[in-house]
Write a protein that binds this ligand. Structure first.
Ligand SMILES: *Cc1c(COP(=O)(O)O)cnc(C)c1O
Length: 421
């Protein structure tokens, strides 16, 4: 459920009509709904209740300061994957003891930064990383709380570019080697084992892979405890999928996911951490764009928009589907025809959809890409010197620009000319 609905024939974000924002900000722009962000975050908290838990928003899905602050105000933790994200989380007001640090390639500088600033836990993905962290923490006279990310070798049945829990993926330590690596961790200075971490992939639309992975984590918890490790936290990752196509069957709900966690892990008396990204931010955002031309080709009609692959990369990167809807609601009986929906970038890959059924549209009309709040603005670039797409946050009848569109002068002046030129 989200808060982007037609009212009196015009698509609104909460109580604000999208043409009003378009007139103020220009197109294209991302628009987020506070009510949807808050609702999705609370759904996870309620789903885990009464287990002690911390919901850590995977901020790589959407790291705008205003989005982070909205969630931080509800008590959210953050899952960060870089030193930059760590600083963004701190800047948004998230205390270090609510930040977990994930990722296969943490640098020594990033470890130092997070240890000095305060960190809830590092999710360690390899032995070399463990050794480096021990050395850095010990050198600073500090202790690094860690969970080891285990790779449970389950098939998440999702797109190959976002599956992470198979043995051939680069993530985590094979679960069969976990005992050995935990023993090493326990022997190292500057390291304190606090839990186990697992994350098997993104956009999962079936609970079965989670079930398999969490059953393995439950078993591993008992094994490690028997060997003297104080396993008191279980970080279960993110990955719950969202319905990108309204017409398709719905993926599992947070409540069902929470029940699965209780069933598989609830008896272990551990604090549960989860790291949802997409399910919190995905349907809380849309990308609004204007039709530039309707081009009738040979046997194919093109809808040429002012948004492009640099603004929303998912279709060209993963072949991802986004529902595209006109901002002015078409009549129920309106005829549709197939369009290739494309942007102005000089790449054939700059195609959002092929033969998408849409009603009649004219230059100047607005359209919205649904479910664009996750892995949308964060992946945007300025390819073709197209200014970085702005972001807008709506709350009730108010809206604010939370990242302005840069001017061409700002873009050009970021480059510097060497003295010899
Ligand atoms: C990407 C990622 C997530 C979030 O995944 P979603 O599908 O957005 O929920 C959580 N944890 C880790 C370690 C990740 O890499």
């Amino acid at each position: 459920m989200d808060h982007f609905l037609y009212r009196d024939g015009i698509l609104h974000a909460e109580d604000v009509a999208l043409p009003e924002i378009a007139a103020a900000v220009g197109t294209p722009f991302y628009c987020y709904s506070t009510a949807t962000l808050e609702r999705h975050f609370r759904l996870f908290q309620e789903a885990l209740n009464p287990l002690p838990n911390l919901v850590c928003f995977a901020m790589k899905s959407n790291s705008n300061q205003a989005v982070l602050r909205t969630l931080a105000n509800l008590g959210a933790g953050m899952d960060v994957v870089s030193g930059g994200e760590y600083l963004r989380a701190k800047a948004a007001g998230v205390p270090g003891d609510r930040i977990v640090f994930s990722g296969v390639g943490k640098t020594r500088a990033e470890m130092r930064q997070a240890l000095a600033g305060g960190i809830r836990q590092f999710n360690v993905e390899s032995e070399p990383e463990l050794m480096a962290l021990s050395e850095i923490a010990d050198g600073l006279g500090l202790t690094a709380p860690i969970a080891i990310r285990v790779n449970p070798d389950v098939d998440a049945k999702t797109h190959e570019k976002i599956a992470t829990g198979k043995s051939e993926n680069k993530f985590g330590i094979p679960i069969a080697r976990a005992r050995e690596v935990y023993a090493l961790a326990a022997s190292l200075p500057g390291i304190e084992v606090v839990g186990i971490d697992v994350h098997i992939g993104s956009q999962l639309t079936d609970l079965e892979p989670f079930h398999q992975a969490y059953a393995k984590v439950a078993e591993l918890t008992s094994v490690l405890r028997a060997e003297g490790h104080d396993i008191r936290r279980l970080d279960l990752g993110g990955g719950l999928g969202i319905p990108y196509e309204r017409s398709n069957s719905a993926p599992p709900l947070p409540l069902e996911y929470g029940q699965l966690i209780k069933d598989t892990l609830g008896h272990l008396d551990c604090e549960i951490e989860i790291e949802p990204g997409r399910l919190i931010s995905g349907n809380a955002g849309i990308l609004v764009s204007e039709v530039i031309y309707v081009k009738e080709g040979e046997g194919r009609d093109f809808l040429i928009l002012d948004a492009a692959m640099n603004d929303l990369m998912r279709p060209s990167l993963y072949g991802a589907h986004h529902d595209i809807v006109p901002v002015v609601e078409p009549a129920a009986a309106a005829e549709t025809r197939g369009f290739d929906v494309v942007g102005p970038v000089c790449e054939t890959g700059d195609t959002f959809a092929k033969q998408r059924a849409l009603p009649h549209l004219s230059p100047g009309d607005l359209v919205a890409f649904r479910s664009a709040g996750a892995y949308g603005a964060v992946m945007a670039s300025e390819y073709n010197t197209r200014p970085l797409v702005p972001e807008v946050l709506v709350k009730g009848d108010q809206f604010a620009v939370i990242r302005p569109r840069p001017t061409f002068d700002e873009i050009i002046n970021r480059d510097t000319i060497p003295s010899w030129l």
